[in-house]
Write a protein of this length. Structure first.
Length: 142
């Protein structure tokens, strides 16, 4: 196999095996799985709202047991409801162990507990946040 073919095959393997992470170019579309964004960095949530769909923004950390517990239910909600899109905002910066309360995105949205939800209507307007949003999401996933 020539070097160029080998390099192309390797590049394709890397791209297809990488976790599906959305970037700004993927905005405003509901993909097959929830969008995973931020990785601790500041983010403009409006760039990830899906017009015509209710968008649930989930601020989470892999180090948060309640976040891990609700994650599969959110993925199923995203998959099973055409009218709902889920966007997961990882508050942890790469390499930080434990919940990263000092991350730029946690500071930007003044997060003090997670999971923290924001629900935006199909028109892009905030409908619920915090405890009210949590209650609504829990009702949907039951």
């Amino acid at each position: 196999m020539s070097f160029h073919r080998y390099f192309l095959a390797l590049a394709i393997a890397v791209v297809t095996s990488a976790p599906f992470v959305h970037s700004a170019e993927d905005t405003h579309v509901k993909g097959p799985t929830p969008a995973h964004i931020a990785m601790g960095q500041e983010v403009n949530i409006a760039d990830y709202l899906v017009p015509g769909k209710t968008t649930v923004v989930d601020f989470y950390s892999e180090y948060c047991p309640p976040c891990r517990a609700i994650a599969p239910k959110l993925a199923e909600l995203h998959k099973s409801r055409d009218d709902i899109a889920v966007v997961k905002v990882d508050i942890n910066r790469p390499g930080v162990k434990g919940i990263d309360w000092s991350s730029p995105v946690a500071q930007q949205y003044q997060l003090h507990s997670i999971p923290h939800f924001k629900i935006f209507g199909p028109d892009g307007k905030l409908q619920a946040e915090g405890e009210a949003a949590y209650d609504q999401v829990v009702g949907w996933v039951k």
